[in-house]
Design a protein around this ligand. Sequence first.
Ligand code: ARG
Length: 653
Amino acid sequence: MNALKELQNCFQPVVAKYTDQVEAMLNLIRPANDAKFGDFQANFAMPLGKSAGKSPREVAEEIVAATDLSELCQNVEIAGPGFINLTLNDQWLKSNLATAFSDERLGVNKVETARNYIVDYSSPNVAKPLHVGHIRSTVIGDALTRILNFMGHHAKSDNHIGDWGTQFGMIIYGYRNFRDEAAFEKEPITELSRLYRMVRLLIEFHKSTTKLPELKTQLDQLQTELTKLKQKQSVAEEKSAVKKIKKEISQTNKRIADSQDQIRSAEATIAKASEDGLVETADAHQDIATAVLLETAKLHAGDADNQALWEQFLPVCKQDMQAIYDRLDVTFDMELGESYYNDQLASVVDDLEAKGFARTSDGAMCVFLENFETPMIVRKRDGAFLYSTTDLATIKYRMENFDADACLYVVDHRQHEHFEKLFEVASMWGYDQAELKHVSFGTVMGKDGKPFQTRSGTIVGLAGLLDEAEARALVIAKEVNDSLDEAQLKENARVVGIGSLKYADLSQNRASDYTFDYDKMLALKGNTATYLQYGYARVQGIWRKVDVDIEAVRSKPAEFEFETDIERALAVQLLRFEEALTDVLVDYKPNLLCNYLFDLCQTYFTFFSTPECNVKNTESESLKFSRLQLCDLTARTLKTGLGLLNISVLDKM
Ligand code: ARG
């Protein structure tokens, strides 16, 4: 049930007589900002009036007169210049509530046209430590997959892990040269992760020592340039000249800041290597960067020794990821990593070449694209295939094997250009029917305004993040209710801790960066999982307080009464669940579901704390019954909604 959609359907044929932009006009029907304007407001009379050369009020009157809203609305008012205020019919609300109440899906219809989706998310590069960005991709992708399936689509999740990249060259090199056999025997994951970080640091160390003098010279030059510009500025007179110099000064300042950043980071790398006592090792491994590439190339070429090491390492790395997925309760339909496509890459490139889309340039095989300065390279000069090549093979595979109508890539915004190019190449290659969409997300920031780092960026860091959320939730759980036993408190802390961590991510507009803050995410008030879980638990508390068997309430035919405005407001909000889920899928934004649940919970608490809405002491049995049903439908909506975000609820908090 979607009141907004029904309103749009009623207006559709009438609005179509005024314009061919019907959909855009119907999108101007929105929930009213204030209850005094009714439940919804239609604002299309203004643009329609303009194009018809009539007053918007006149158009509003004509449209209202010609639209049959008798079943849906009990009040239709034209206000101000031509706003149409719509108040839903109480009878209609009650009967739809009853339908929702007796329905497992809470009255949410499935989509008319189901599509096949592949949702590509999480997809970490294994053997590298996971970082918070991976949690972001994981929870957003997981939620979208659940919502798509709930709405009747056929969505399959695919963890496109990076199990074939340079990082394996690094650990192979590290394993051969620096391994601590005993440590590897005891805790292979920790040892591999140490080797990875060590090899990386050695490579970075060499890069930094080579680059540092260049960077310093560059900084000197920039500073000289700045001094000159400032002198020029002090003698410039003409307005336009002053403006130009100012602009140049600001640009130079930016480049100076940039250059200083690079110097700082190079110096930090050098300092870190010396702290770790690695300077001598670095000297002994001058060509480590090239050597690592060579190990990777050998692996890709099928070298038996490297292949054997890869086979030995891969399960170890995966096991580590799995521990995080288990705690997040995330599973995948498929885990077809990059290595899965290995033997298909050559034919992808051959096909692109045969069809005339790819050609050799500077020894590399490239696809040139109109809107991009640089081509997409699909095979390097040395014959190596790239991330892009694998992604093309993956698209082909998904189209051929799953008849995908859409592929969503839940990946960091920094890969924006990669996906733009990829989608363009895929489209020219013939895969132009499916929706290919980069569901991009922003960076997780620390409170200091810099990208959030887990402690020393290690694997322990990410698990540690979950530990910390649970530990803090435990403190809160005890504060909220100290009558629970230790085991229950611990379980509550787990559900609240993990839930709040996920929700903090999901409730943000995914496109923006967001600040990681335990206090905020665990707050009992505000748009947090804790607040919603608390709302759910409070409803469960009512059954105990009123001493009612909720199953008995559920088994009776539903009937609703609105004694007060707030009950009616709660009803309207309850019936907007489908609308919220539909909104999520327009641009794949789970935060719209969070907003909905938050609004619902707030409305519920207003209802809950209004003395006139008391449930326990309501004399009228039918009114009491109606209120119990409203409570129950709220709780079930919260539970289902949170469930679609893969967040659990608790009976007692
Ligand atoms: N492994 C990549 C990374 O960590 C992300 C992969 C995303 N999926 C894809 N099909 N490209 O950066």
